[in-house]
Every structure is written in structure tokens, then in C-alpha cells.
Design a binder for this molecule. Structure first.
Ligand SMILES: [Zn+2]
Length: 254
């Protein structure tokens, strides 16, 4: 089983990263993907990647952490991808977030540049959305981005899911589906072919149902898998095998 989205470089994990990884490995988690958020985070990711064979990393500028002037950070990303190209399995976490203070126009400019860097590097992307599905789909279309990727923490309708799949994207399934109130997303996920899905936690955020208010961690990806199996009325093993396969297909170009 793979946690395809966990921020293990964040300070939340500095004190007990070894225990966090062991807890997950003991429950059958075989791989962890740490998406990038800021230039200082990339350094910590490289360090963790060097220390643990089962940690994959991606570099990107997360919309939540953008500054007023992002030229310098974009330059750093270009350099990082050039120098550490063999280390990155994707460009991300990138995207558009309608709840942050950075103007939409600026977010779009930064996203487009990162899509073009990913295309140059022939890497898939990890896309972040918050109330921005229509805008993200428009950018994928306008830029002609064709390397595929994953929609992190997917939530939404079958129409939206299908539109992303038409662009070659998988859907990242996390804690959201463990809440019975997420009716629309649960119905969408039940209707998707299993070949379209990845498992994730978004640790330390997005706790699964029953763990609200606590730090999320990769071992909880087993709860996401169990819930997904229940929603789809299939065995957890089937979810595990298919999502692991999907992960390898998407990120194994390196
Ligand atoms: Zn994230």
C-alpha cells in the first residue's frame, strides 16, 4: 500500500519521523511520496529521500505558500529540477486555491510556468484544488499539458472526475471519503474504475473520520483503503494491488 501524498518534511514530523515511518511500514505501507511546497522544504525532502529507500519526492511551489513576487522561487524550481532531476518523480504540489490571499491571476501565472517546467522535464504533476476545478481544467486545456498526474484530495462530481481522466489524470483518494457526509465524492469514487485511483493521507492534515483534531500520519492510509473497499464492495487487497500498480505506472518514469 502506498501513501501517495504526505508532507513528512513538515516540522510536525521532525521529532518522531522514524517512528511515524515504522508505524506505517508495520501496517503494510511500502512507499511514501512527499510533494514539495517551498524551496526550503525541498532541501528537507532531499535529505529524507537520501535516508530512506521507500521515500519518493516531488518539487513544486504550493499555492498556499506563494509570495507577492514568485520569480525567484520559480527560478529556484527550474534549477532544482535541472540539478536533481533524477530525484523527482513529479512536479508538485502545484495548483489553484480560491481561499488563499494571492490573486487568481498570479496563481495562474505560477501554475502555468510549473506546468511548462513539468512538460520540459517530462514529469507528471500533483495538482492541488480548492473550489477551482473549472479553472484547473481550463489551464490543462489552455496549456496543452500532456504528462498526466494526480488530482490530490479529489472531491467532486463524476463529470469533474471524468474531465480530469480525459486529461490523463488519476484521482488521489484520502480522508474525505471516510466521512459519510461526503456523499457526492463517495458516489463518484464508487463509480470510477479502480485503475483511476491512488491512495493518500495529506499528512499532517486531513485526518480520517474518528481522528479529527489529531495529527494525521501515513499509517492511516490503511483506513482510507478499508473505506474505499467498503464503498466499492470489494476486498482491501484488490484496492491495495490496483492503487500500487497505478502509482508505479504514473511515477515510475524515473
Ligand atoms: Zn498536500
Amino acid at each position: 500500500m502506498i501513501d501517495s501524498h504526505c508532507h513528512l518534511d513538515f516540522d510536525d514530523f521532525t521529532d518522531d519521523i522514524s517512528e511515524v515511518l515504522e508505524r506505517a511500514r508495520n501496517q503494510g505501507v511500502t512507499r511514501f511520496l512527499i510533494p514539495g511546497t517551498t524551496p526550503s522544504g525541498w532541501q528537507r525532502q532531499c535529505q529524507l529521500h537520501g535516508q530512506h529507500d521507500d521515500i519518493d519526492i516531488a518539487f513544486g511551489l504550493h499555492p498556499y505558500f506563494l509570495q507577492q513576487d514568485n520569480e525567484q522561487a520559480l527560478g529556484s524550481l527550474e534549477q532544482q529540477l535541472a540539478h536533481a532531476a533524477d530525484q523527482a518523480v513529479a512536479v508538485g504540489e502545484i495548483g489553484l486555491d480560491a481561499t488563499v490571499d494571492v490573486p487568481e491571476k498570479e496563481q495562474i501565472a505560477v501554475l502555468d510556468r510549473q506546468l511548462s517546467l513539468a512538460k520540459e522535464a517530462r514529469l507528471p504533476v500533483i495538482l492541488h484544488h480548492r473550489k477551482t476545478h473549472h479553472l484547473l481544467l481550463a489551464r490543462l486545456k489552455a496549456t496543452g499539458f500532456d504528462q498526466g498526474g494526480v488530482i490530490h484530495a479529489f472531491s467532486g462530481s463524476k463529470e469533474v472526475a471524468d474531465a480530469y481522466r480525459d486529461h490523463g489524470f488519476l484521482l488521489g483518494i484520502g480522508g474525505t471519503v471516510t466521512y459519510s457526509r461526503a456523499k457526492k465524492t463517495r458516489a463518484t469514487v464508487a463509480a470510477m474504475p479502480v485503475s483511476a485511483l491512488l491512495l493518500e493521507t495529506d499528512s499532517p492534515d486531513m485526518p480520517v473520520c474518528g481522528y479529527q483534531g489529531k495529527r494525521n500520519e501515513p499509517v492511516r492510509v490503511t483506513d482510507v483503503a478499508a473505506e474505499l473497499a467498503a464503498i466499492r464492495d470489494c476486498a482491501v487487497n484488490e484496492i491495495d494491488a490496483a492503487t500500487t500498480n497505478n502509482y508505479q505506472r504514473l511515477f515510475s518514469s524515473n
